[in-house]
Design a protein around this ligand. Structure first.
Ligand code: MLT
Ligand code: ZN
Length: 459
């Protein structure tokens, strides 16, 4: 190790203590730094900034886009020692937390106090609040409560040079100039380190109904979404669609789930409503599905009779790892207008068929948010295949004015395609902001606009 680096690590250790730093030799990258307070984060960043040392914030490591990828010698910054839930204010309906707190701990703490923190993603057990904020995580209840951005009342952020931007107050409204917190939400750790947050709490629903339905056509699917939104009068909390090829895989012989309803229709949907009265909620859910059936919007349905059945339905939706484990498989997270989705997915499938006679295309997503996940299982795992598949997926998105990343971010993985979603004017402005806040480019370098990760797209 170069003497300069040794010296820097010693100075960092003097700030964070022996427990606050350890080498990550196994991966050939730099040390992991674990500060225990915002003040320590500030002092560590100042040192790194002065030394021109790159530092990559890591949360629960559930990134889908190599958002915490580290090059040789790059330090990692983990807030795992800053995971305290500092306060639950039942009058302001807020929770103040350190950014290393796990999402599931936050959800459970809210519930224990009679409140609800609505953000929910499959990786709730490992993902941290700081990571959720850095990526503006979305997930399964966005249709009702919005993404992470909508759950944030205030943030404390440490800038690259060590400046601490203190937390604003607990009031939801504060229209005094630019609302700077929004700059850091979804910045993927490139503009500053979020160290603490005030989260907005909601009323804890006391009833929920969950069902799985099959839908005969895409036209029926969009009508069904409009119908259930209207019928459930603000209670719709999830509308998660699975295309048939994915439904048959995830409930098929190679997976541990059995199909809640028979195969045969092109789409199935997990629908959940949450309310305040179980009896009323259940009877209105049943009426809703029976009317949808009479209108020809659904062809079959099953309703969970208890929590165990509800959990079984959600396990089918959440168990995306079954597919991700297949190799070679490629994971995409795109958004586009709902009425473009049917043609888009068909076009992707046709293009895959033309090039690879043997392929699977697993499609599912948060339809109400215009967000699809596409997992093509195809080809040989090479970079060449990856580029060919990315081109197929992203060209169709570009021409429909969609986004190459709906909720997972750009990370290291998608940098080459940023211009498919953002204009050169927007990218130039983003770079100006980055340059202003982190002129030495020490924070999570190579993310969002980093170098093309597989030296592609040269034509
Ligand atoms: C999900 O919706 O399950 C997550 O975003 C992960 C994914 O499947 O891409
Ligand atoms: Zn998702």
């Amino acid at each position: 190790m170069a003497p300069k680096v040794m010296q820097l690590l010693e100075s960092i250790e003097a700030i964070v203590g022996e427990n606050g730093i350890f080498e990550d030799d196994a991966r050939g990258v730099g040390a992991i730094v674990r500060p225990a307070s915002s003040d320590q984060v500030s002092r560590v960043l100042k040192l790194c900034n002065d030394a021109g040392q790159s530092i990559v914030p890591i949360g629960g490591n559930s990134t889908m886009v190599q958002g915490t990828h580290r090059g040789r010698g790059e330090l990692a910054l983990s807030l795992e020692r800053m995971s305290m839930i500092e306060e639950i204010d039942t009058e302001s309906r807020t929770m103040t937390v350190q950014a290393g707190a796990k999402l599931q701990d936050v959800q459970e703490a809210a519930e224990k106090n009679g409140f609800f923190y609505p953000l929910d993603i499959g990786a709730r057990g490992s993902a941290t609040v700081g990571g959720n904020i850095a990526t503006n995580a979305g997930g399964n209840r966005v249709i009702r409560y919005g993404m992470t951005r909508e759950q944030i009342v205030a943030l404390e952020v440490v800038l690259a040079d060590g400046t601490i931007i203190p937390m604003q107050g607990k009031a939801l409204k504060n229209n005094t100039g630019y609302d700077l917190k929004h700059l850091f939400i979804s910045s993927e750790g490139t503009l500053g380190i979020v160290t603490r947050a005030i989260l907005r709490l909601r009323t804890l629903p006391t009833s929920q109904c969950c069902g799985w339905v099959s839908v005969p056509s895409f036209e029926a699917l969009t009508k069904l979404l409009t119908f259930v939104e209207g019928f459930s009068q603000g209670m719709l909390s999830s509308f998660e669609v699975l295309w048939a090829e994915y439904y048959e895989f995830i409930t098929g012989p190679s997976c541990p789930h059995s199909p809640p309803i028979p195969y045969g229709d092109p789409y199935t949907v997990l629908i959940e409503t949450q309310g305040m009265n179980q009896k009323e909620n259940t009877s209105s859910f049943e009426v809703m599905l029976s009317e949808a059936f009479s209108e020809g919007l659904i062809s079959d349905a099953v309703i969970a009779k208890n929590m165990a059945e509800r959990d079984r339905l959600w396990a089918i939706r959440d168990d995306v790892n079954q597919a991700i484990q297949l190799a070679p498989i490629w994971a995409f997270d795109v958004s586009l207008a709902i009425n473009d989705m049917e043609a888009y997915v068909d076009e992707v499938k046709t293009a895959l068929n033309e090039r690879w006679s043997k392929n699977s295309l697993f499609t599912y997503g948060h339809l109400g948010d215009g967000n699809l996940h596409l997992l093509p299982a195809v080809g040989d795992g090479s970079n060449e295949t990856r580029i060919a598949i990315e081109r197929i997926i992203y060209e169709g998105i570009r021409k429909r004015n969609g986004s190459i990343s709906a909720e997972h971010g750009i990370g290291h993985h998608k940098t080459a395609w940023l211009s498919y979603t953002r204009t050169s004017v927007e990218i130039a402005l983003m770079k100006k902001i980055k340059q202003t806040l982190d002129p030495g480019d020490i924070l999570n370098p190579g993310k969002i606009f980093g170098e093309d990760p597989c030296t592609i797209l040269t034509e």
